[in-house]
Write a protein that binds this ligand. Sequence first.
Ligand SMILES: Cc1ncc(COP(=O)(O)O)c(C=O)c1O
Length: 432
Amino acid sequence: MIIGAQGLGRVLCQDLRARRTHLHFLADIQLNMSIVFAKRLDNVETSAIRELFKLLGKPGIISFAGGFPDSAVFDVDGLRAASQQALADDADAALQYGATEGFGPLREQLAQLMAARGVRDVGPGDLIVTTGSQQALDLVGKVLVEPDEPVLVEAPTFLATIQCFRLYGAQLLGVPIDGDGVRVDELEALIRQHRPRFVYLIPTFGNPSGATLTRARRKRVLELAVQYETVIVEDDPYGELYFDAPPPPSLLALSHEVPGSRDWLVHCGSLSKVLSPGLRLGWMVAPPALLSRAVMCKQFSDAHTSTFAQAVAARYLAGGRLPAALQRARAIYGSRAGVMCQALRDRLGAAVDFVDPQGGFFVWARLTGAAGSPRDSAALARAAVDRGVAFVPGAPFFCANPDPGTFRLSFATAGEDRIREGVDRLAAALAA
Ligand SMILES: Cc1ncc(COP(=O)(O)O)c(C=O)c1O
C-alpha cells in the first residue's frame, strides 16, 4: 500500500462521488489502452488513488483528511430562501445563459464583500465570477504558464494547484515557509534567480500549512512584485475563517500601500468555505489585460459559471445573512481547532511539532522523532488507518524535496469528541 504519492491528498479533498468518478477514469484507462492521451497528463500522477479509496471506505473511520467544510455549518435556511427568491424575482435571468464575466448582481455583491474586507477601488467590473476559485487558478495556469518555465509556490502548497500548474507544463519551484508563512528573503532570492512566470501564495491560513503571513511580509511580497515585475497570485479561500482576531489584510487590500503593486496582483476568492462548496462559486480580481484573457479562456471552457448558483448567492449576500453565518462558523471551527491542538499536545507530546492555526481548517504537523518516536508520516498514516483515523501525509503537498515527517490534519468536519477520539487513535498508532 502506497501513501504519500502525488495525487493522494487531492483525492482526500474530494467528496465520495468525485472519488468514484476518478476511479471510473482509471478503469477507462485500463480498458482503452489503444487511445493515445495527451502528453501533458504525464506531468500529473493519479496512481495512489485506488489505495486511498480503500482506506477511506473503512467503516467507523474518523477522518482528519478532507479539506471541506462541515455540512452542519451550512446556512440551509438562508440558501433555501435565496433560491426561492432567485426564482420568484427573475427566473428568466436565473435559468438562462449568462455573461462569461459573471452575473451582474453577484459581481456587485462580491465587490461589496471585498470592500468590507478592506479592499479599495475594486468595482464589479474589476472581477470575474469563476466556477470555484479552483477555476480561477486553472485560468491563471492557462494564461500564464509556459511549458518548462518556472513558477514559484510555497513548500508546501495546495495539492490541486500543484497538479493544475503541472498539467500546463510549469516547472514548479518551492519556496520555504515558516510559522509566519512564506520566507520573503528566500522568495526574493528565487525570484531573482529564476524570474518565474508568477508566484502562487496562500497568505492566510494556508492549505496545508495553516500559516498566516505577517503584515510586514505581505508588504514585502508586494514590493517584490513591483521591483521584479512579477505576477503574484493570492489565493484566499480561508481569510474570513479566523478564530480570535482578524488576520492582516489580504495582499489585495494592502496593495494601495505599495504603489504599482495592483498591476502585478491576481486575487482569487471563494464562497466555498464560507457559504457552500456545492455552489462552486469563486472570483478573480486581476489587472485588465490578464482578466480579459482569462475571460476568453473561460468562454472556451464553460461559457459561464452556473447562473442559477450565482443568482442564489447574489440574493443570499444581499439578504445580509453572511456575517452571522460566518460568526457561527468561526466559533465552531475555532473551538475544534483548540480541541485538536490541545489533544495533540496532551496525547502526542514532544513526538509532534506544530504551530496553532489562527484560522482556516488545518493543523500542519511534523513528526520530530523525539525519544525514538516515528519520523515517517506515510508509515504513521498506514498504522493510523488500521486504528480508525485518517490524515494526509505531507509529501504530496511539496512540489519537490518533500519533508517525510510532515502531515496535515483537518479539524473542520469532526465534532469535538470525535476529534479527541481521533487523536487518541493517532497516539495509539504512534506508540505501536
Ligand atoms: C488553498 C485553496 N485554494 C482553492 C481551493 C478551491 O476552492 P473552490 O471550492 O473555491 O474551488 C481550495 C479548496 O480546498 C483551497 O484549499
